[in-house]
Design a protein around this ligand. Sequence first.
Ligand code: ACO
Length: 431
Amino acid sequence: MADNKKTATLSFGDQTLELPIFTPTAGPDVIDIRKLYADGGVFTYDPGFTSTASCDSQITFIDGKKGELLHRGYPIDQLAENSHYLEVCYLLLYGELPTADELDDFEMRVTKHTMVHEQMHNFFRGFRRDAHPMATMVGVVGAMSAFYHDSTDISDPWQREVAAIRMIAKLPTIAAMAYKYSIGQPFVYPQNDLDYASNFLRMCFAVPAEEYEVNPILSRAMDRIFMLHADHEQNASTSTVRLAGSSGANPFACIAAGIACLWGPAHGGANQAALEMLKEIGTPNKIPEYIERAKDKDDPFRLMGFGHRVYKNFDPRAKVMKQSADEVLDLLGIEDNPTLQVAKELEAKALQDDYFTDKKLFPNVDFYSGIILEAMGFPTSMFTPIFALSRTVGWISQWREMIGDPQQKIGRPRQLYKGATSRSYVDVENR
Ligand code: ACO
């Protein structure tokens, strides 16, 4: 917890400032610079926020050096082994593992909200069929505030709660609808006697013309993918959600902002990019060529699914994902999958190469998730929407924590200005 007893001394020019230091429950000490500008007239410079804590939080902790990820103190590998997605959602939202009754009640509340407003079907139909499902999701999730305005008043705790449940319940329906629309098939309504992951698989792969039976092995693997992506503390998309929410914007608009940020290939888009890269490599004999390209400073190519801003040791989620990939391909009877072979050999070769070990570049969660999703039958364009629906609980938990924080104020970073100083306007004929 913060103790404020330790201080750091900062000297510059003829000034010396004593800055309070907070000691967290885990992780490095944090120097409090909130009064730096008021007391010292200077800003700090930290593009990409590599050394800046933007908030205090009790939800998720990552130790990048140890390769540790904790949700409310529970290690991700224990959760992946013993828990399931909706229980992890409860944990992230409310801070404790639920009792059996609390879990039943929570699951019932989520299940009762899985359908979307019927009018939303028309909204989907306004998109081009060939739109990327992420493009559709950014639009549709943003539009939820137009459909559910009885849960947009952020000052009302009950409305905040309903908005959270609505988003956890409806994101799988929206992601599945985006997919169905893109392939020209009819939307499949949720079926509430199925668990969360099975329901999603059914909404994606069932058609009205046939019975659809959910494979429990695939459903378990799907649930695990949801769990492994549920939250990851103050990453780019979560910080985007917090920054959007800091102005008082409604939660649906904030989550849409998070989805937009997640889409980029350096973040959530990496799982699609990683699988596409593995397929482009195609055969193990081409791996050295791609490794050389990744190391070449003049070539913009990077090994997708490798490296992480925080993990400078193995990504603990990647370990579980690798194991899951093996299990799913095995159980589906997909032996000698060439993409998996390339992935394993690429990982092995990169980990023997000084470039990657010196820079502490290890496979991240996205390196293996694409292989599992493809084996399940998802096209690459659905990988990031699946990440988005899994991460929604993390975003909404972090947003709720921020709204409930009495210290919360609108986010407003400063800048190191390097542009022109004040000059006079010149008429067009004199330029
Ligand atoms: N392949 C080759 N070189 C790399 C890679 C990579 N995947 N990642 C980083 N490097 C190199 C950089 O060129 C840089 O080299 P330099 O010091 O000689 O200039 C060094 O390693 C540090 O890289 P940064 O980009 O400064 O590291 P940062 O922590 O800012 O970036 C990031 C992390 C964006 C994830 C990066 O590793 C990357 O682009 N990886 C590929 C994309 C990816 O897999 N993203 C998924 C992230 S996980 C997630 O969102 C769930």
